[in-house]
Design a protein around this ligand. Structure first.
Ligand code: 8OZ
Length: 367
């Protein structure tokens, strides 16, 4: 019987334990370049079986918040190389989360001050963050424009190029496509945000097309064994909704099955919130069973609100990896603390987004 602290293979990734640091946006990357202290931050957490970086824009168009990192410029890649070197020096494994925000952006963050892009021209009822007079400030997202079908191959290409640069130049062990939380790929999947009438809208197979084309392109670039994907079937994050998520996500995982991915990463419930949503029921066990029945061999990673007992239960019941988010911000040695049943440092919410070392690299490890 496996425990949280046993090694596991996820595609090409040989992981020392089943505890994963979830992607965590920290808004400390001016000009989309991770700061020098990012190397310290990630290296401090390298005892996780796997580190997933904060969401990282695959293109300027894919950026939606102030001071989030990118993966499309030389300086960005050089900075990430310092991070991956530091993590590897500590014996850790690290993948980068590939992000295109779609409509969750603002004209001030877009190339040439243009409109953010989306499957359909529907504004998300959600906020993003700009820096106003040096102060991080929440603002409504801008009205997006609907992407022309002719633009979609360029986005698929941007995912593949970012993945290749991540592995070949920045030294990452792999990549994770961000298919969750109401960003571009999730906007295409769900019928609340996708009202297209072309091959990328309407039927499930059309709404899933951009996500699947992007994933296949990434797999072609770096190999399935170095590719993971994050999905959030029912999250209300960033104003997404689907009228019938169970068959939608069943189709998605069935299509992912033959790609021999490293892992499938599922956010259960509302991202960073309740694991059960009364008016958005979802059967995660049925989703995993559908993936396995289709021949899918990837590690199954679960996330959202896990503590040690719930995580142990998940691994006992056949989930392979458990991703912890906020506990990893305040506990660089979370793996040891879980193993030893040690108390956890409390999270300082004021320093989660933006700022410097405070609340970033200064949380203490056990003595
Ligand atoms: C918090 C703040 C900004 C972005 C996500 C990338 O929810 C995010 C995010 C989280 O996936």
């Amino acid at each position: 019987m496996s425990t949280l602290f046993d090694p596991v293979q996820a595609g090409d990734l040989q992981l020392a334990n089943r505890i994963v640091m979830a992607p965590l946006t920290r808004n400390r990357s001016p000009n989309a370049i991770p700061p020098d202290i990012a190397a310290t931050y990630y290296a401090q957490r390298a005892s996780a079986g796997l580190l997933i970086t904060e969401a990282t824009a695959i293109s300027h168009q894919g950026q939606g918040y102030a001071d989030v990192p990118g993966l499309y410029g030389t300086e960005q890649l050089d900075a990430w190389k310092r991070v991956t070197d530091a993590v590897h020096a500590e014996g850790g494994k690290i993948v980068v989360q590939l992000w295109h925000v779609g409509r969750v952006s603002h004209t001030e963050l877009q190339p040439g001050g243009g409109k953010p892009v989306a499957p359909s021209a529907i504004t998300a009822k959600t906020k993003t963050v700009l820096i106003k007079d040096g102060v991080p400030t929440f603002v409504e997202t801008s009205e997006p424009r609907a992407l022309d079908a002719a633009e979609l191959p360029g986005i698929v290409h941007a995912y593949a190029a970012a993945a290749r640069n991540a592995v070949e130049t920045a030294g990452f062990d792999g990549v994770e496509l961000h298919g969750a939380n109401g960003y571009l790929l999730d906007q295409f999947l769900k019928d609340g945000s996708n009202k297209r009438t072309d091959d990328y809208g309407g039927a499930i197979k059309n709404r899933a097309r951009l996500l699947l084309e992007s994933t296949r392109a990434v797999v072609d670039a770096v190999g399935g064994g170095k590719t993971g994907i994050r999905l959030s079937p029912v999250t209300p994050a960033n104003d997404v909704h689907d009228s019938d998520p169970q068959p939608l996500f069943t189709y998605v995982v069935q299509q992912l099955a033959p790609l021999n991915l490293a892992y499938i990463h599922i956010i259960e419930g509302a991202t960073g919130g309740p694991r059960e949503i009364a008016d958005r029921p979802f059967d995660y066990e049925a989703l995993k069973a559908a993936y396995r029945a289709a021949g899918g061999k990837a590690a199954w990673m679960v996330n959202n609100g896990y503590d040690r007992p719930l995580a142990e239960e998940a691994v006992k019941e056949g989930d392979d990896l458990v991703a912890f988010g906020k506990p990893f911000i305040s506990n660089p040695d979370l793996v040891r603390r879980l193993r030893e049943h040690a108390p956890l440092n409390e999270l300082d919410k004021a320093t989660m987004y933006g700022g410097g070392v405070k609340g970033y690299t200064d949380y203490p490890a056990l003595g």
